[in-house]
Design a protein around this ligand. Structure first.
Ligand code: CO
Length: 134
């Protein structure tokens, strides 16, 4: 059911420092920081030949990634995003299989203007999973 790896998201308390690591040490193509107030995060997009890395820094204490950073103060792998053809069909299949969709269960418009859902890490090998309609 899942298709391409759309992105890997890494949470960080210091997005400028994280962007510098990807740009200067790893030699990747790195965007300017983009505020996404609807999602409570500042995002830097790192373009790789086969996928993207998204560096996330909370915009405020109310940010959904704040709890993660409290547990992981130096930052770390936050979620993986897989593409699916039909997000409603994917959601219905996964909930029927016992997976937990976070939030209301309805898709939201994600960072790329496409519908997304998030799946609880307890059902997916300890990793928060985002599905994005391709
Ligand atoms: Co994401």
């Amino acid at each position: 059911m899942i298709g391409r790896l759309n992105h890997v998201a890494i949470a960080t308390p210091d997005i400028a420092k994280a962007a510098a690591v990807y740009r200067d040490v790893l030699g990747a193509k790195v965007s300017a920081p983009v505020p996404q107030p609807d999602h409570g995060v500042m995002v830097v997009f790192v373009e790789l030949p086969n996928t993207k890395i998204e560096l996330l820094e909370p915009l405020s204490d109310a940010s959904p990634i704040m709890g993660f950073l409290k547990k992981n103060p130096n930052g770390g792998l936050h979620h993986l995003c897989y593409e699916v053809e039909d997000i409603i069909a994917a959601r219905d299949k996964l909930t029927a299989a016992g997976a937990t969709v976070l939030g209301t269960g309805e898709p939201r418009i994600g960072a790329h203007g496409k519908p997304v859902i998030f799946l609880h890490p307890k059902d997916f090998v300890g990793t928060l999973v985002e599905l994005e309609q391709a």
